[in-house]
Design a protein around this ligand. Sequence first.
Ligand SMILES: NC(=O)c1ccc[n+]([C@@H]2O[C@H](COP(=O)([O-])OP(=O)(O)OC[C@H]3O[C@@H](n4cnc5c(N)ncnc54)[C@H](OP(=O)(O)O)[C@@H]3O)[C@@H](O)[C@H]2O)c1
Length: 288
Amino acid sequence: MFVEEAQVNTFQQTTRPILILGGTGKTGRRIADQLSGQGLAVRIASRGGSPAFDWENRATWGRALEGAAAVYVSYYPDLAAPGAAATVGAFADLAVAMGVKRLVLLSGRGEPEAQRAEDMVKRAGADWTVLRCSWFMQNFSESFMLDAVLAGEVALPVGAVREPFIDADDIADAAVAAFTDDRHIGQLYELTGPRLLSFGDAVAEIAAASGRSVRFTEITATDFATGPAAEGLPPDLVALLMMLFTEVLDGRNEHVCAGVERALGRPARDFRDYARAAAASGVWGGAK
Ligand SMILES: NC(=O)c1ccc[n+]([C@@H]2O[C@H](COP(=O)([O-])OP(=O)(O)OC[C@H]3O[C@@H](n4cnc5c(N)ncnc54)[C@H](OP(=O)(O)O)[C@@H]3O)[C@@H](O)[C@H]2O)c1
């Protein structure tokens, strides 16, 4: 825990921007807002940004990196995807060659490809911090499970396994700390929420907080791949979700970690508080 020690910030004096990859996404948007709010220069990177940044088009990487002092590295679609580590490694090497001094990586737990990407980032030669995160609570309100919540049934190929869902606001707070306090250099934080919940438990919390009738149903992987949850999603993304549900959610991550306390000196936010705040924001509509 860093609360007692003095804070030092290498980037306080720099006017060079911090590049936020996925800067319009769940974590990147929050990080960009906080850093800008602190008066730090931020450059948001995404396919629609200016200059545009696309993981699949290396010709776009250099312009996005020009003059950047530090980078928040959130990969798309997922660090667990085949080939992610090599791509992230190539990006980290280019970033360092172009003068980037600090890399903060958003990673996932229990995913061999993500752990290989962490090694690539650590080896690139910049100061680094790794945020190895559990499943985001915001997957239910800002991502692929929102439509299912609104439809009243979340049907997934996952059983009673429990996951310590993390609030994206906690991830953002840890990332901002990593950019603004040198004591986070060389730290790997395993960020989880404070409580293990099954997907059924999480949906029950959402139903209670929103006053809506929402239920959880366990389905087979085949039914998931051919059902409404996968409708409209690219086949690669469906395959990735299947892998996450059937391989990574096998119990290997069924434990809570103290990463939020270590990084921020305070407890992680609980799912119930997330669900209440999300319900109050109106994202799940009114009671139904
Ligand atoms: N969700 C979870 O539960 C979870 C848990 C642990 C780790 N993670 C990690 O979180 C990362 C995703 O972060 P997030 O959830 O904050 O983002 P997100 O909400 O999924 O948003 C994706 C961001 O990436 C951009 N993007 C999409 N396609 C891109 C491309 N081809 N090239 C460059 N940018 C692209 C999007 O903007 P544009 O569409 O405008 O390009 C957007 O800013 C993944 O690497 C995943 O492994 C997720």
